[in-house]
Ligand binder design. Structure first.
Ligand code: HEM
Length: 439
């Protein structure tokens, strides 16, 4: 279904790609999202703002730190948090889902605000605010889930069920947009020592209005706590179900480490690890984090193949269908098979489409994709280098857990076995963990 008309699935995919590649004059706008923006209170987040000067400014502020030339500045943060994550996995492997959330939120808070979180598993106000805000974003961000998106006047009904839900999320959303930023701002104003961060640099440079800096950094923190969590949980699930794939990837990474005489992978190893890169691509393709991408809105009338596309129409791009198109990825699209991205010789196959649509479309494409790809590589390669992931008895591809629904999709909580690959690997991880213990 597109713009209220029925199309065959192949026409629909062509039409969606055509629109979202920027071939139409503008699909960069967002529809009014009453539940998300007005009731849950996420109107400050530039991912859900209408296209306009404020969105442009926030995107520009964001791009300054996350364009392909700048993202490498975050590598020390990524390695520090990789080490903390591996240490947590060693200590309490059954809590891997908590550790993944701790990794994503801790890294995000560190990069954006230079602030620390509590050790994994201990109550932490920042992680709590971020996860609750993301829960609201995931539920209310799928346009049309709530009737109030179609009938905005309903937002004035005080006792509607959606009001209670919105209120619960709003508390956390308000904390996420005010507390971390205000701590950095106040500490700087009082001349206290602050960890260098995206926020501190922007406040110091004062090239943008304070409100724009606050909203952009808070949007970054919120998103940093979200999609990577889903992708890493999908990775653990896929490894637990596919031991053969896991051991091929481990053979690859072992050979690279042996050759370089080191114990852990680095960003520079990516070119020598096509299997790991293929696993990253397959994680994004197999169960995309955002299966029905954020809604886009046409700002001008247009025509495609004789179809009149009126301004104001809402497009809900079906990334899932594009990533599960058997003509592009082969008949077995529902299987986790990273080999589809490799040649027979085990090199990356440039003729197989990268799952770029997992990051969205056109002018609204995820502005953090450069950071995310390197992050997934280093976390996945390092986890495979140190740990063996296997399923618990009775879990197989048929009985594997399903996924949640909403704008962002996560594997439903599941159990698996994670243990270090040998006493040598255990010692390496223990040494890393000690390095990062608070003094
Ligand atoms: C696996 C990881 C990630 C995936 C798959 C992902 C995917 C997406 C998708 C599908 C969109 C919507 C694009 C559209 O409207 O067409 C998006 C937007 C966005 N993402 Fe990501 N994302 C990821 C991680 C991140 C991270 C770590 C950050 C921040 C550090 C981030 C920041 C943003 C922002 C700010 C937007 C809104 C852009 C706008 O509307 O202009 N994302 N992302």
């Amino acid at each position: 279904m597109f713009l209220g008309r029925m199309f065959s699935s192949s026409t629909l995919q062509r039409l969606q790609r055509h629109c979202l590649k920027g071939n139409l004059r503008s699909t960069g706008d967002r529809p009014r999202m009453t539940m998300l923006n007005e009731l849950v209170g996420l109107s400050w987040h530039f991912g859900f703002m209408p296209q306009g000067n404020t969105w442009k400014t926030h995107r520009r502020i964001f791009a300054n730190d996350f364009n392909s030339a700048s993202v490498s500045q975050f590598r020390p943060h990524q390695l520090k948090w990789r080490d903390i994550f591996l240490g947590n996995l060693l200590k309490t492997p059954n809590d891997f889902e908590t550790h993944i959330q701790h990794l994503a939120s801790g890294l995000s808070l560190d990069m954006v605000f230079g602030l620390d979180v509590q050790p994994s598993g201990k109550p932490d106000p920042f992680i709590h605010a971020a996860t609750q805000a993301v829960e609201g974003l995931a539920a209310a961000g799928l346009f049309g889930t709530y009737v109030v998106d179609y009938l905005p006047l309903l937002k004035h009904l005080p006792f509607a069920q959606f009001q209670r839900q919105a209120k619960a999320w709003k508390t956390s959303v308000d904390i996420a947009v005010t507390v971390p930023f205000n701590i950095v701002k106040t500490n700087m104003a009082e001349g206290k020592d602050v960890q260098p961060s995206i926020a501190s640099s922007l406040i110091e440079a004062a090239a943008f209005a304070e409100a724009d800096i606050q909203k952009t950094t808070s949007s970054t923190f919120a998103n940093g706590s979200a999609a990577v969590v889903s992708a890493l949980r999908t990775f653990v699930l896929a490894m637990s179900l596919n031991p053969g794939i896991q051991s091929k990837a481990q053979n690859e990474i072992d050979a690279v480490l042996l050759n370089a005489g080191k114990s852990l992978p680095d960003f520079g190893d990516e070119a020598s690890c096509p299997w790991i890169t293929a696993i990253v691509k397959e994680v994004l393709r197999w169960n995309p984090v955002v299966p029905l991408a954020f809604p886009h809105k046409l700002t001008a009338d247009d025509v495609y193949n004789g179809y009149h596309l009126p301004a104001g129409s809402v497009i809900l791009p079906n990334a899932w269908a594009m990533l599960h198109n058997a003509k592009v990825y082969g008949e077995d699209v529902s299987s986790f098979r990273p080999e589809r991205f490799l040649t027979k010789e085990g090199k990356l196959d440039p003729s197989i489409k990268s799952p770029d649509v997992a990051f969205g479309f056109g002018r609204r494409v995820c502005p953090a994709r450069n950071l995310v790809l390197s992050e997934l590589f280093i976390f996945i390669a390092s986890t495979l280098a140190m740990f063996e992931i296997s399923s618990i008895e009775g879990t197989n591809r048929e009985t594997a857990p399903g996924y949640t629904s909403g704008l962002l999709r996560y594997p439903v909580r599941f159990s698996c076995k994670i243990r270090s690959r040998s006493p040598r690997h255990e010692n390496i991880v223990e040494a890393l963990a000690q390095r990062n213990e608070p003094n």
